[in-house]
Design a protein around this ligand. Structure first.
Ligand SMILES: [Zn+2]
Length: 229
C-alpha cells in the first residue's frame, strides 16, 4: 500500500499549474499509482473550474459561443476533407525499459520518455543508473538496486524527489513500495538498500548533486555530479 504522497499544498499547486514541469511530472506519475491523490486532484480541478466559471461568467459565455462556432467550423471542415487527409493513428508507444534481460513496465506518465533513456551504467555494487532526458537541461535517473544492493549514505544539497516504480527499498528510516513519493532535502540523510529478491527500480529527480557522507564518499563524491544529476 502506498504510504508516501505529495503533500496537500503540492497537489493544490499541481492543479493550479504552480509546480515546475519536473515537479508536476513526478506528481502526475505518482497519481498513476495512487487513487487517493488522483481523486484529490480531480476534486480540486473541479473546484478550480467552478471558481473560474463563477468569476468569469460573462467571459465564459462569450468563449462558449466562440468555441461552439469554432467547433462547428472545424466539424464542417472535417466532413468536407477527403479521407486522405485523415490523421494516421498514433504509433504504439513502448511501455517497458530493459536492464540485463529484466523488463520493467513504466507508469503511463513516464512512457513518453522511454526513447530518451540513456545507457545503464553500474554505479556501485549492485546499483545501476540510466539518465532520462526530460527536455531542456532537465535530467532524471532510473536507478535499479539489485537484491542486497545499497546506495551509500548521502544527504542532499537540493531536493531529491523519488518515485518507486517496482519492488521495495528501505533507507534506515522507512520502507517504500511502488507508487511511494519521497521528497528529501538538505536536512535528510539516508542509505537506500533493498533485500527484495526482484530488487527495486526507482525514478529520481535531483536539483543538485547528491552529497555522499561516509565511507565510499571520498571515492564517489567527485563523480556524484556526473552520475546523479
Ligand atoms: Zn498519493
Amino acid at each position: 500500500m502506498i504510504k508516501f504522497h505529495p503533500d496537500p499544498e503540492q497537489l493544490s499547486l499541481y492543479v493550479q499549474g504552480g509546480l515546475t514541469p519536473v515537479e508536476s511530472l513526478m506528481v502526475r506519475a505518482h497519481c498513476d499509482y495512487c487513487d487517493r491523490c488522483s481523486k484529490v486532484v480531480h476534486e480540486k480541478t473541479v473546484l478550480l473550474g467552478e471558481k473560474f466559471a463563477s468569476e468569469n461568467v460573462l467571459a465564459a459565455e462569450t468563449r462558449a459561443v466562440h468555441t461552439s462556432t469554432n467547433l462547428s467550423a472545424i466539424f464542417d471542415e472535417i466532413v468536407k476533407s477527403p479521407a486522405s487527409n485523415a490523421v494516421p493513428p498514433p504509433k504504439k508507444m513502448p511501455t517497458t525499459v530493459e536492464l540485463d534481460g529484466r523488463r520493467f513496465v513504466l507508469p503511463r506518465t513516464l512512457r513518453k520518455f522511454i526513447s530518451s533513456v540513456g545507457n545503464w551504467s553500474s554505479l556501485v555494487g549492485k546499483v545501476w543508473q540510466a539518465p532520462v532526458k526530460l527536455g531542456g537541461a532537465q535530467i532524471a535517473n532510473l536507478v535499479y538496486i539489485g537484491q542486497h544492493g545499497e546506495i551509500p549514505e548521502h544527504t542532499h544539497k537540493g531536493v531529491e524527489t523519488t518515485l518507486v516504480l517496482k519492488g521495495e527499498f528501505k533507507d534506515g528510516i522507512n520502507a517504500y513500495q511502488p507508487g511511494d513519493y519521497i521528497r528529501m532535502s538538505g536536512t535528510d540523510t539516508h542509505t537506500p538498500y533493498t533485500d527484495s529478491p526482484q530488487g527495486c527500480l526507482i525514478f529520481s529527480v535531483l536539483d543538485q548533486p547528491l552529497q555522499f557522507t561516509c565511507g565510499i564518499a571520498k571515492f564517489i563524491n567527485p563523480f556524484s555530479a556526473v552520475y546523479f544529476r
